[in-house]
Design a protein around this ligand. Structure first.
Ligand code: CO
Length: 215
């Protein structure tokens, strides 16, 4: 009974949303039923507190979205690679965003020793990020600050992973514009922080692999 009520709540709020949107613009849904031309691919965390559309103030049709636990870009993950390929080569988006968030339970779990089951395999990559940046992270005395830095570094690592995919490499080689942006969302105040990585080609991508970003 309780579950039914909760699910019904979603349908009720869906109907309210439709009413509100069509009141502002009677053509809202008709316009958005046409093929969309989003300018952004947004790769974020599955966390329910990080809604891609709402936190960027975008409406349906503007963002192509992929979410998984702790916003990972695995070069062997057919799901994220397919989303990336479709977004870049078919939709021709020029901006790919990896958006992490502070308070990320996925990153926190990777940093702790407590076993969680299957998800531990998924989070293994973050343990590699910790290993790569061991010196920098160990130098941060405050555990909360250390976790925040790991969350930043996890985003940097995923941007690097993106830059190494054949799709991104091919796009850059072909001379097309493609920018990779690393962002972190602050749950406490709702603001997005730009890590200002400015990755627009292979040279810039390589700087992520060196220059104090690792080590
Ligand atoms: Co998260």
């Amino acid at each position: 009974m309780r579950e039914t009520t909760q699910i019904e709540r979603l349908f009720a709020s869906n109907r309210r949303w439709v009413a509100a949107m069509t009141q502002t613009d009677p053509e809202f849904f008709r316009k958005r039923a046409r093929p969309a031309e989003p300018h952004f691919l947004f790769i974020g965390c599955s966390d329910s507190r990080v809604p891609a559309d709402q936190l960027t103030g975008t409406t349906p049709g503007e963002l192509f979205v992929h979410r998984n636990i702790a916003n990972q870009v695995f070069t062997a993950d057919l799901n994220v690679l397919s989303v990336l390929q479709y977004a870049v080569e078919v939709l021709q988006v020029e901006h790919v965003i990896v958006c992490g968030h502070y308070g990320c339970a996925g990153v926190q779990a990777a940093a702790s020793a407590a076993p969680l089951g299957l998800v531990d395999n998924w989070l293994g990559n973050i343990r590699n990020v910790m290993r790569l940046h061991r010196r920098e992270l160990d130098a941060i005395a405050d555990p909360a600050a250390r976790l925040r830095r790991l969350i930043d570094l996890n985003v940097v690592e995923q941007i690097y992973n993106l830059s190494q995919t054949p799709v991104v490499q091919r796009t850059w080689q072909g001379g097309a514009k493609l920018l990779l942006h690393g962002l972190v969302y602050e749950l406490e105040d709702g603001l997005l922080k730009d890590l200002a990585l400015g990755v627009d080609g292979p040279e810039k991508a390589e700087t992520l692999a060196h220059a104090g970003q690792r080590g």
